[in-house]
Every structure is written in C-alpha cells, then in structure tokens.
Write a protein of this length. Structure first.
Length: 503
C-alpha cells in the first residue's frame, strides 16, 4: 500500500506542475513581500489551510474596494450636492448619484421606453447596464429628500459593484491555474479601487473576466454567452472576438470559434431584442450618442483640438479614429499570424482593447477598469504593471483637478489646461509602454513571464499547446523561435502544457 501511494504521488507530481510563486521570479514582488514576512520558502506548504490564494485575493480585493468607498466619503457627505467644484477638488466624483434623478430613476421612469426631460431624451447606456441601474433603483427608498435618495442609490450600486469586483478577482486568479498569486495585481491595483464606483463599467468587466475563465477551461459556448452579455453591458468586450478569430485561424480551431461567436450573438440578441423591437429610439440612443459626441476628456484628440485654431469636426474625428482603429486591428492580425510562436489570447486581447482606448475620442477615467484584468493575464510583471498604474493614478488626479480649475471661476483652483495635457500624455505613454512590453514578449517568448515558467497559453483553452495550421512570414519556416535559446522550463510546440506534464 505504501509503495502504491508513493507511485501515485510520484505520478501526480509529474502531471501537476507546482504553482508559480511570483516572489521567486519577480524582484518587485519579492521586495513587496517583505511587508508580510518575506517570500515563500521552497519548503512552504501551499493549499494546506483555509487561506487559499483565491480566498486571500478575493478578501484583499474587497478590502481595496472598501478603501475606494472611503475615498468617496467627502462627496457622499456633501460634495456631490453643494456646487460643482467641490467634488472635483476632493477627486471623488461619481456619475451614479447624479444620474439617479438625471435619468428618471427618481421619478419611476422606465429606461428606453419613457422620454426624459432635458437634452438627453433617453438613457444613453447599453441595455444590460440600464437593467443594472434599474435594479439598483428598486432597492432605493423613494421617500425622504432627493439627496438622501441619491446617497442610498450610490450605496446600493456600490454593493452590487463590489460583487462584480469580487467576481473579477476570482476569475482572473483562477484563469491561470499555475499562477494564482498574479491575482494580487488586480486586487491591489490603485486605479481599480479609485475608479470602481465612478460608473457601471465593472458589470461588463466582470462578465468579460468570467468569459476569459470559461475559454481557458475549453468551454467555448459559455465563453460566447458571457462575452455577448458583456457586450450588452458595454461595447468594448466584442473586440476580443477579433484576436480570437485570428488565433483560431492560425490553430485551425474554427468549430470552437464558431461556437463562441454563435453564443455571443444569441446572448446579445436575447438581451437587446425586446428593447429594439418595442423601444427602438430609446435603445439606439447609446449608439447615436456615441457617434454624435464630440471630442472629450482624456484623448489625444482633445489635446489637438485645444491647441488648434480650427479644430476638426466630430464627423472627421469619427472617421479618422475609425481608420486608426482599423489599422491597429490589421496590425494585431499580422502580429498574430507572423509571430514566431502563436501569441497568447490575453496578450492580443489587451492590445486590441488598448488600441480602442488610445484611438478613441474620449477616455473616461473608469475605462482603465477594462484593461486591468487583461493586463494581469497578458503581462503579470509587477514593475511594468505598477508603472502603468502610476500613470493612470496621475491621470485620475489630473482630470479632477482640471475640472476643478474650469469650474472654480476666477479662483482657478486646480490644474490648468497645459497641466491637464501632461496628465493625458502620462496616461497615453503608460498604456503604450505596457503595449510595447507585450509586443516584445510576443516576439521574444523567453521574456514572457507566463511562458518563461514553462506554460504555453494557460488562458487559451483549446489554443493551449495546439499546433499551427496557418502561419505567415518567418513563422512558416521550421521552428527556430527564441524560446529555445534560454535556460529554464520550455514548451514543446504542438503539445498541451509544459514540458514534464500538462495542467
């Protein structure tokens, strides 16, 4: 019996590689771990207590989310309701309390069906986000002052968004099975905590993170359904289907892609169809508003407009931004088909969403939430992640100080236009920096933290370890990729998982 148990243990150890410990391969993570006693030793027993990585990271994420709520306290206690400038000088602005009355929830109006008073005739959010907002209004007491109702509405939404934040942390932690501690990056991301309750973006981010988890488990239909629901909450998630298409093309996984695409389309239609049929004008407001909206905060288009005597028209900017995005899409497709090894899904997903953010005519500070989970999966390197986060925190402070400057009258308290342009530049450079690091990882797989540990594409599902059937350029020649030129765990191309076993 002892010999049999030993044989079974040996066999299990062969087929179940040890979890990757960031403190052993990342200098910044190792230095940061000194705050809690230092890096794990090689004899440390993992998973032997209730405190598993998933539970620890979920609790840390909730704690950071709570700190983000505390940061909004000056606004909750009055700055949202007294003048315009105070909420900006305290950097605690949120759309949520203002839209409770501004979009008819305080008056019991039905989103998309009932017209709103004022310039915005219908709710300008996608349908699933509108449902989220409506559900929160049902739990908001209709009695008392409007200020008290708006405070309640924000708190109800904050509770629902905290659930979304927990889902994101858990899904990201479980997507890369051998790298659970990478989830601490998302749990501790300062920009994540600061922007979580500005708007309702966490709903779409949570659905997208769950979709990525399903794809990593080989569940194509579940991935498609979740991504379709995410797109029904926010437009950006559908962009991930582009990278998935070219990766499945390279690997010949057409059936899986078709299943995912079909699931996404059906899920999106199920949510949007009834509103399209019975309230088309209200349903289409999100799309018409996005098209008609002029150049706005956070974009390089704004810098150009504010430094020009003859700014480009909205139609011209729409056309140019679309062309730039199409060029980026073509670049990602070429990268996917010509790289020496097939890129990981998370890498291309980050690049395509980042391209949309960089070329768009508006960048609201909460848009950083779209990228945080993808960044953790694409490049789990603490130094680069924190550099990017520092740039985003600088932009977060910059936009509120700029709005404080423009709303404080002759006092001009805050950041002038030139200073705000520098904040925009930091945001753009930080995002571009992370994009450059990811592209470098694609061309030099030995620099990729995930592949250097011996994995191929742990979030790739059916793409993980799959053989190529269609490649272009140098990738079509016999494999001579750089991954063979470094010492350490390596992936044998065309096999599932790392050398020495599979996940």
């Amino acid at each position: 019996m002892c010999g049999m148990a030993s044989a079974e243990s040996t066999q299990a150890s062969v087929h179940e590689p040890d979890p990757v410990r960031p403190t052993q391969e990342d200098k910044v993570a190792a230095a940061g771990s000194e705050l809690i006693g230092g890096p794990l030793g090689r004899r440390a027993v993992l998973g032997a207590s209730w405190w598993t990585p998933v539970r620890v990271i979920a609790l840390v994420a909730i704690g950071m989310f709570a700190l983000g709520l505390v940061q909004k306290a000056p606004c909750y206690n009055g700055a949202w309701f007294v003048g315009a400038s105070s909420q900006y000088t305290h950097a605690c602005y949120s759309d949520i309390p203002h839209l409770y009355q501004g979009r008819g929830f305080a008056d019991g109006l039905v989103p998309y069906f009932d017209k709103l008073p004022g310039d915005m005739q219908y709710l300008e959010y996608p349908v699933l986000t509108g449902v989220f907002m409506q559900v929160a209004s049902w739990f908001t007491p209709g009695s008392g002052t409007i200020q008290a109702q708006e405070q309640w509405y924000w708190m109800v939404n904050a509770g629902m968004l905290m659930i979304c934040a927990s889902v994101i942390a858990v899904c990201v932690t479980r997507t890369h099975a051998r790298r659970p501690w990478d989830g601490l990056l998302i749990a501790l991301a300062p920009a994540f905590a600061l922007t979580a309750t500005i708007n309702w973006d966490l709903l779409a981010v949570a659905l997208t993170a769950a979709a990525m988890l399903m794809w990593s488990r080989g569940r194509s239909l579940a991935f498609g359904v979740l991504l379709g629901l995410a797109t029904a909450a926010k437009l950006y998630p559908f962009l991930i289907l582009g990278p998935l298409l070219v990766l499945c093309w390279r690997a010949g996984k057409w059936r899986e892609f078709g299943t995912a695409l079909g699931g996404a389309v059906v899920a999106w239609v199920v949510v949007n169809g009834p509103v399209m049929l019975f309230a088309f004008e209200g349903w289409s407001k999100f799309y018409t508003f996005s098209q008609e909206r002029g150049v706005d905060f956070g974009s390089f288009w704004l810098i150009m407009a504010q430094n020009s005597d003859d700014p480009l028209s909205t139609d011209t900017v729409n056309t140019l931004a679309t062309l730039l995005m199409l060029v980026c899409c073509a670049g990602v497709a070429v990268l996917a088909l010509t790289a020496p090894r097939r890129p990981r899904l998370a890498q291309l997903a980050f690049l395509i969403v980042a391209a949309f953010i960089l070329t768009n005519k508006v960048y609201s500070p909460q848009y950083v939430l779209w990228l945080v989970p993808l960044a953790v999966l694409a490049r789990p390197k603490w130094r680069d992640f924190l550099i990017w986060q520092a740039c985003e925190v600088a932009y977060f402070l910059g936009i509120w100080l700029y709005l404080a400057y423009t709303t404080s009258g002759d006092a001009h308290k805050g950041l002038p236009t030139d200073g705000y342009h520098w904040a925009i530049g930091l945001h753009l450079l930080g995002t571009l920096y992370l994009c450059v690091m990811i592209v470098r990882d694609i061309f030099l797989p030995e620099r990729d933290p995930v592949r250097r540990s011996g994995d191929d594409d742990p979030s790739g599902g059916v793409l993980d370890g799959a053989k190529d059937v269609f490649v272009l350029g140098p990738a079509a020649r016999p494999a001579r990729h750089a991954a063979a030129q470094f010492d350490g765990p390596q992936v044998e191309w065309g096999r599932h998982g790392a050398t020495g076993g599979s996940l």
